[in-house]
Design a protein around this ligand. Structure first.
Ligand SMILES: [Zn+2]
Ligand SMILES: [Zn+2]
Length: 221
């Protein structure tokens, strides 16, 4: 059972890092407490304490890497992003997020850089944009993989209500949760998270059918 001191240590970690994979948290807790302990129970305990500060730790799966993680979010209107970024950075971040969402969840870095002057009335130059994207990645707001930008699990969790309100996104056909980046059924084009699809294939013994349109998706190995 995690003590109050353990809670404090883990909370301090979250305040600095905001994001940790489920397995790293288990390792961290084992190092702190000296034994394997229940992460969910500890997170619940921390959440009871931080809810009065409009903060919450939630579980999320990275749409790109499939990593299961805990992310610490602010539940009050994207307030944290606004306090952490300058006005120019915010004016660039929102259109960038918009373009990523409307480009099926991934945007080429070069496109992201080139759009900066146009969406900010030239207040953000190409050189600034390069620095800002580096910052967004460092702050775990965006992921940069092989020259493409994606929304991070932190951003998807924190901006969840904003995204739901502003975009008509179909949820993942398997887990029914919000999907910004993923794959889709070739027949009915229902979206599906990459990791949900992998888990689904692994758990299916024979031919795999789309849960939505019942067409064959692929044959499990
Ligand atoms: Zn899913
Ligand atoms: Zn289908």
């Amino acid at each position: 059972m995690a003590s109050d001191d353990h809670c404090k240590t883990i909370l301090q970690f979250f305040m600095l890092e905001r994001v940790i994979t489920v397995s790293s948290l288990a390792d961290l807790m084992e190092r702190i407490t000296g034994s394997a302990s229940n992460s969910d129970a500890l997170i619940n305990k921390i959440n009871e304490r931080i809810q009065e500060f409009s903060q919450k730790i939630v579980k999320a799966t990275c749409e790109v890497t499939g990593d299961k993680m805990y992310v610490m979010i602010f539940t009050a209107d994207e307030a944290d992003v606004k306090s952490q970024l300058t006005k120019d950075q915010i004016d660039y971040f929102y259109p960038l997020m918009n373009n990523i969402i409307t480009s099926s969840g991934s945007l080429a870095l070069i496109t992201a850089l080139n759009m900066a002057p146009a969406v900010t009335m030239a207040r953000v130059s190409l050189a600034d944009a390069e620095k800002y994207i580096e910052l967004f990645v460092l702050k775990r707001l965006l992921l940069l993989e092989n020259g493409f930008l994606y929304l991070s699990p932190l951003t998807i969790a924190e901006f969840g209500p904003y995204i739901t309100e502003n975009y008509a996104l179909d949820p993942c056909m398997l887990c029914k949760k919000m999907l910004v980046f993923g794959e889709s059924c070739p027949s009915c084009s229902a979206p599906i998270h990459v990791q949900c699809f992998k888990d689904f294939l692994q758990n299916s013994k024979k031919a795999v059918k789309c849960p939505q349109c019942k067409e064959q998706l692929s044959v499990a190995a």
